[in-house]
Design a binder for this molecule. Structure first.
Ligand SMILES: *Cc1c(COP(=O)(O)O)cnc(C)c1O
Length: 340
């Protein structure tokens, strides 16, 4: 039994998901003739109260498309120093859109409306033009933290006053919705564009979706094509998404319960300096300075438990659909007995 807690992207489709996939009606999506893709896009657009949605092969491509839709070369994007678009998208912000990031020194990947106001460049020709604000919910590098919707609304007001686009990287928005008992509609109301992932907590093999209203989404499909993201009989994958929306959202609460139990267990270990607050399916914890992180990771790997390092003696565990109760019991007992 291999326990893989490196990411919630390691899941494999369940048998029922695979059945839904093989039974999908498909067509050529470049001609917009794949009924299952069309159904998924319509459904997700409606969930967020937007007119348009577009299926993407990755969350990175959906975010990169959103950046392109909101900016012109030379512009500046306001985001947190932990942002996925800044840290983990291979410099695509500058490569694809020719824009720079104005980083906010936030807390666990989140910041306040007042910090956005400070980060907006004055309207003078020698400044880069601030054209959008981007936030992430839940925050990845911030340990699965959930934003306060009221703070988001304050940022929306600042975006309106300053004519800035507002994009949500909602790769794990489903986790936030379940943890905070919020709705997709509440998020659709405040953002211009939202990217969501089907391939993380929802357990699909592939897929992300970008939603927005017709005006901002007008060129989304052209940009996706430029990025090489046009696909053909991709309804097989969209079917996995439709299945996941029906069956895999509410169960995220189980993942959240398990991370909290892991956190309680870690807190009791003397080799651990700090466990970051746990809100969803991510646990980030820091080892004491005299404990080598590689030794810790190796010790767990010897027991077939796999986790990853976040740098600076911090480690991460992520729970997901394929992390079973049996695995959970084993992990807790291995942790309790760990000697370094
Ligand atoms: C995973 C992730 C993405 C996109 O990831 P892909 O691997 O490209 O699908 C975007 N933003 C955040 C916060 C993520 O965690």
């Amino acid at each position: 039994m291999i326990i893989d807690l490196r990411s919630d992207t390691v899941t494999k489709p369940t048998k029922d998901m695979l059945d839904a996939m093989t039974q999908a009606k498909v067509g050529d999506d470049v001609f917009r003739e794949d009924p299952t893709v069309n159904k998924l896009e319509e459904r997700v657009a409606k969930m967020f109260g937007k007119s348009n949605a577009l299926f993407f092969p990755s969350g990175t491509m959906a975010n990169q498309t959103a950046l392109k839709l909101h900016t012109s070369p030379g512009d500046q994007v306001i985001c947190d120093k932990y942002a996925h678009i800044y840290n983990y998208e291979s410099g695509g912000v500058s490569f694809n859109s020719g824009v720079s990031c104005r980083l906010i020194d936030g807390h666990r990947g989140m910041f306040e409306a007042a910090q956005v106001l400070e980060a907006i460049n004055p309207d003078a020709y020698y400044y880069s033009q601030t054209s959008m604000v981007e936030i992430e919910n839940t925050t990845n590098k911030g340990g699965g933290a959930c934003w306060d919707l009221n703070e988001i609304k304050k940022i929306r007001a600042i975006c309106d006053e300053n004519k800035l686009g507002f994009h949500l990287d909602g790769a794990r928005i489903w986790n936030a919705l379940v943890a905070k008992n919020e709705t997709t509609g509440q998020y659709g109301e405040v953002f211009d564009t939202i990217s969501v992932c089907l391939s993380k907590g929802l357990g699909c093999p592939i897929g992300s979706i970008l939603v927005g209203d017709a005006e901002i989404m007008k060129h989304a499909i052209r940009i996706r094509k430029i990025f090489g993201g046009n696909m053909r009989q991709v309804g097989y994958l969209a079917a996995a998404g439709l299945y996941a929306l029906d069956h895999h959202i509410e169960r995220l609460a189980e993942d959240h319960k398990k991370t909290k139990e892991i956190g309680e267990c870690l807190t009791r270990l003397s080799i651990i300096k700090k466990v970051e607050p746990i809100e969803t399916n991510i646990v980030i914890f820091e080892l004491n300075t005299d404990v080598d992180e590689n030794t810790f990771v190796k010790k767990l790997a010897e027991q077939d438990i796999h986790i990853i390092s976040m740098g600076s003696n911090k480690l991460r565990m992520v729970t997901h659909l394929d992390y079973t109760n049996t695995m959970h019991d084993k992990l807790l007992s291995v942790l309790q007995a760990i000697i370094i």
